[in-house]
Design a protein around this ligand. Structure first.
Ligand code: SAM
Length: 272
């Protein structure tokens, strides 16, 4: 059996300050996409965080949603982002300061949240579970910190839903296989409801949106990165790679390129 460690740069085992700029660029591009904006809007509406409430954003990244939540819980509330990556945490702090936001950020891990029991009204945790080796432990932590009646929005990608079209199915299957290996918990999206229910939380709603790439432009850094890895791992040949590049370029020119992955969101609450 080969090396099964997650290779994603978002995994805490692979954190590196050299990668901060690339991670921020990726998060900013995703934040601008219609699918992420729609899924976030749906989740914020369902959560209905209110003035005075205490909010925790687990795996806050650049802190965009910590800031959004800080705005809705004012006056009197608090919004804290927990972020283990020091480079991302620094960006989140700097952006919040620049925006005049009351959002604050703490070092911490989803498996050991720096918060007392039942202290939190609302938890936001977006696209973090896919990077966790122990998602069940993180769900238990969410249940621990929520007060009875407290709500959570848990959002994540399911990498097995990746579509890349056009392309030789054999090549596409090899590339999707590599994408699945990159994440510690690649099927996170489909498991969210079960993770929360197993932690004793009550699921109230589920929603989904796809993260769809521009159909007229090949995302070459992403495609080259994964395709070259597939050639190196002898999963596909150089000829198959060149054929894929030709197919994708032609499709982008015609506006018929399709690259997407589906994200799911679950809203739940702590009973009692
Ligand atoms: C894809 S980013 C999502 C960031 C942000 N939630 C968003 O949606 O823009 C994944 C985030 O999870 C964080 N992360 C990874 N492992 C974590 C862990 N064990 N505990 C908390 N956060 C973690 C990463 O540092 C990164 O900020």
């Amino acid at each position: 059996m080969g090396d099964t460690r997650a290779t994603s740069a978002f995994h805490t085992g692979n954190m590196s300050s050299d990668r901060t700029e690339a991670l921020v660029a990726a998060l900013d591009a995703q934040a601008a996409s219609a699918g992420v904006r729609r899924l976030r809007a749906w989740a914020h509406l369902g959560l209905a965080a209110a003035p005075g409430e205490r909010v925790l954003d687990i795996g806050a990244g650049t802190g965009s949603e910590t800031q959004a939540l800080a705005a809705v819980v004012a006056p009197g509330g608090s919004a804290v982002g927990v972020e283990p990556n020091p480079g991302l945490r620094a960006v989140a702090e700097q952006r919040a300061a620049q925006a005049g936001s009351a959002a604050r950020f703490l070092e911490g891990d989803a498996l050991a949240l720096p918060v007392s029991d039942a202290e939190i009204d609302v938890v936001w945790c977006e696209r973090v579970f896919q990077h966790l080796d122990e998602p069940a432990g993180a769900a238990a932590e969410i249940a621990r910190v929520l007060r009875p009646g407290g709500r959570v929005a848990l959002l994540d990608t399911d990498w097995a839903t990746t579509i890349l079209y056009p392309g030789d199915p054999e090549v596409v299957t090899a590339l999707v296989g590599l994408a699945l290996r990159a994440a510690a918990n690649p099927y996170a999206g489909r498991k969210l409801m079960g993770d929360l229910a197993a932690a004793g939380l009550v699921v109230d709603d589920i929603g989904s949106q796809a993260l769809v790439q521009n159909h007229r432009e090949v995302n070459w850094p992403l495609i080259r990165g994964i395709t070259e890895s597939a050639v190196q791992a002898a999963l596909i040949t150089a000829e198959q790679r060149d054929g894929l590049y030709r197919d994708l370029s032609a499709a982008a020119e015609q506006g018929s390129l399709h690259m997407s992955v589906t994200m799911f969101g679950v809203l739940a609450h702590r009973p009692g």
